[in-house]
Ligand binder design. Structure first.
Ligand SMILES: *[C@@H]1O[C@H](CO)[C@@H](O)[C@H](O)[C@H]1NC(C)=O
Ligand SMILES: *[C@@H]1O[C@H](CO)[C@@H](O)[C@H](O)[C@H]1NC(C)=O
Ligand SMILES: *[C@@H]1O[C@H](CO)[C@@H](O)[C@H](O)[C@H]1NC(C)=O
Ligand SMILES: *[C@@H]1O[C@H](CO)[C@@H](O)[C@H](O)[C@H]1NC(C)=O
Length: 463
C-alpha cells in the first residue's frame, strides 16, 4: 500500500508540473480539472507525509519493461503506452549544432506525459552513417546514439529502437544488397536481404554490435539498459518477391532468436504494419486494400514466432485507401484496431502497440480538426481495450517534432508547442493511461478495488 500511495503521488505531481508548463493542456475537460485539483491537494499533503521517499522510488522504478500475458508491466504495475516517433534523433545528435533538438523533443513530449519514443538505431552507408560498411562503424555517430539513449532517460522516456529499414531511407535492405554486390555476390533483388546467408550475417552482426554497445555517457551496456523498451527487427518489413510469406517468416524466426540469444532481457517486436496474409483468409477483409495481402507479410503467423513478445500495427488510411481525406477513413481505423486487438487477445496472447499512425498536412482535404479527430479515435479505441484489460497496449504518434526541424517534415510532423488542441488531447490520454498504470497492480487485474474509482475518473466524461 505504501508503494501504491507513493505512485499516485508521483503521478499527480507530474501532472501538476505538466499543468504549469502547458497550462492549456487540460482545459478541454472540466472533469479532469477537478481530478487534478484533488490530486494537487493530495500531493501537497503527502509530500509532507512521505518526504523524499518519492524520489527514491523513482529510481527503483526505472526497471525493464516486461510482458505478462497481454499486458506490459514495470515493477509489477501495468505499463500502458502513450508515445511518439521521431526517426532522426541519432543523426541530429551527431552534429553539435542540432543536438539540442533531441533534448527539446524529449522535453516537449514528456511535458504532455508521453513515455515511449520509437526511433532509428540504424543508418547504413548514407550521410552520417552509423554503419559505414558491413561491421565498420563511425564512433562519433555511435556516441550520438549514446546521447539519445542517455537523454531519453533524463526525461523518463523509454525507447523502441529499430535495427534496419525496409525502405531506402537511411540505407535499408537496398544498402545491404549493394554491400553484397560490392563483395562480389550474385544478388538480383532487394529481398535478397532476407534470404542470402551473407546478407543475413551482415544484419546479425549489426544487431550484435548495437546490443553489446557500452554507452559512453552512462557506461550501461545497451542490452542491460531499462531505458530501452524493446528492439524492433526492422521498420515495416515487406517481402513482395514471396507472397506466400515463407521467406520473411524464415527471416523473422532466425532474427528474433538471434536478438533473444544476445539479449534475453529486452522485449522484441518485428516492426510490421499489420497486414493480414495467407494464413488467415477470414481476416483479409480487414486489410485496407487487396494489395496488402501480397506483400509477403502475415500478421498472425509472423507474430507467432518464438521470441516475438508483442505485436506492432501501423495505420495510414491516407496512403492505403485514398490521399483525399474522407470520413470513411475513421471507420477503417476503428475496425483495423479492433481486429488486431482481438487477434492479439485470441490468437497471440500478447500486447499490441499501434506503433505508427498519423496524417499528412499535405493530403487534400486536410485540416487540423480532422487530425485531432483521428487521434481521438485511436486513443479512444486504446482506452476501450484498456478498460477491459485487453491487448490494446498503446499507440505512438507519427510523429512529434520540436520547432525548427521543418526540413525533416514529411507532412506528418506535429509540433506540440504550435498545436495546443492536439497537445491537450495527448495530455489527456497520458493522464488516463497514467491512472491505469498507477492504480492497478497487474496481479489484481481489473477486479481490483480501485476499479470503481478508475471508472469514475476515466469515464465520467466519455470521449
Ligand atoms: C545469378 O543468380 C541468378 C538467379 O539466381 C541466376 O539465374 C544467374 O545464373 C546467376 N549468375 C551467376 C553469374 O552466377
Ligand atoms: C565510466 O567508466 C569509466 C571507466 O571505468 C569511468 O572513468 C567513468 O567515470 C564512468 N562514467 C560514468 C558516467 O559512470
Ligand atoms: C476538416 O476536414 C474534414 C474532412 O475532410 C471535413 O469533414 C471538415 O468539415 C473539415 N473541417 C473544417 C473546420 O474545415
Ligand atoms: C469506445 O467505446 C464506446 C462505448 O462502448 C463507444 O461508443 C465508442 O465508439 C468506442 N470507441 C471506439 C473508437 O471504438
Amino acid at each position: 500500500m505504501e508503494k501504491f500511495g507513493i505512485c499516485i503521488i508521483y503521478l499527480f505531481l507530474l501532472l501538476v508540473l505538466n499543468k504549469q508548463l502547458y497550462s492549456n493542456a487540460f482545459s478541454s475537460s472540466m472533469m479532469d480539472e477537478e481530478a487534478l485539483e484533488e490530486g494537487h491537494n493530495n500531493v501537497e499533503k503527502s509530500i509532507t507525509d512521505h518526504g523524499s521517499d518519492m524520489w527514491d522510488l523513482e529510481d527503483d522504478e526505472w526497471q525493464m519493461v516486461q510482458k505478462k500475458g497481454n499486458q506490459f508491466v514495470v515493477n509489477d504495475q501495468p505499463f500502458y503506452v502513450n508515445g511518439f516517433n521521431t526517426y532522426w534523433l541519432m543523426v541530429f545528435a551527431a552534429d553539435e549544432s542540432t543536438r539540442g533538438k533531441v533534448t527539446e523533443v524529449f522535453k516537449q513530449a514528456s511535458s504532455v506525459g508521453m513515455t515511449v519514443c520509437r526511433t532509428w538505431a540504424f543508418n547504413d552507408g548514407q550521410w552520417k552513417a552509423l554503419q559505414k560498411s558491413p561491421s565498420v562503424y563511425d564512433e562519433d555517430v555511435f556516441k550520438a546514439l549514446d546521447f539519445v539513449v542517455s537523454e531519453a532517460k533524463k526525461y523518463k522516456i523509454r525507447l523502441i529502437l529499430s535495427l534496419a529499414n525496409n525502405w531506402e531511407a537511411y540505407g535499408g535492405k537496398a544498402q545491404y544488397v549493394k554491400w553484397g554486390k560490392d563483395a562480389g555476390l550474385n544478388l538480383t533483388i532487394d529481398d535478397d536481404f532476407f534470404s542470402h546467408p551473407t546478407l543475413r550475417s551482415y544484419y546479425k552482426s549489426h544487431v550484435k554490435t548495437v546490443l553489446n554497445r557500452v554507452n559512453t555517457l552512462t557506461n550501461i551496456t545497451y542490452k542491460e539498459d531499462p531505458t530501452i523498451f524493446a528492439w524492433e527487427l526492422m521498420n515495416e518489413p515487406r517481402c513482395t518477391s514471396d507472397s506466400t510469406g515463407d521467406k520473411l517468416q524464415d527471416w523473422i524466426q532466425e532474427m528474433a532468436f538471434h536478438v533473444k540469444k544476445i539479449d534475453p532481457k529486452h522485449l522484441v517486436e518485428v516492426g510490421l504494419e499489420g497486414f493480414y496474409g495467407p494464413s488467415t483468409p477470414q481476416r483479409l477483409q480487414f486489410n485496407p486494400n487487396t494489395y496488402a495481402q501480397q506483400v509477403g507479410t502475415d500478421f498472425i503467423r509472423n507474430h507467432q514466432v518464438l521470441g516475438v513478445d508483442f505485436a506492432s500495427v501501423h495505420m495510414y488510411a491516407d496512403s492505403w485507401i485514398s490521399t483525399q481525406i474522407a470520413d470513411t477513413h475513421l471507420p477503417f481505423v476503428k475496425s483495423w484496431m479492433e481486429a488486431h486487438i482481438e487477434d492479439a487477445e485470441k490468437y497471440l496472447g500478447m500486447p499490441v502497440i499501434f506503433s505508427e499512425f498519423g496524417i499528412s498536412s499535405k493530403d487534400p482535404g486536410y485540416n487540423s480538426t480532422y487530425r485531432d479527430t483521428l487521434i481521438n479515435t485511436v486513443y479512444s479505441s486504446i482506452l476501450n481495450s484498456t478498460k477491459k484489460g485487453g491487448s490494446g497496449a498503446g499507440s505512438l504518434l507519427w510523429q512529434v517534432f520540436p520547432e525548427g526541424t521543418d526540413n525533416m517534415d514529411d507532412g506528418y510532423a506535429i509540433v506540440l508547442s504550435k498545436s495546443p488542441s492536439t497537445s491537450s488531447i495527448v495530455s489527456l490520454q497520458s493522464y488516463r493511461l497514467g491512472l491505469f498504470n498507477s492504480l492497478c497492480s497487474s496481479k489484481c487485474q481489473w477486479s481490483c478495488k480501485k476499479k470503481k474509482m478508475l471508472d469514475k475518473i476515466l469515464y465520467h466524461d466519455e470521449l
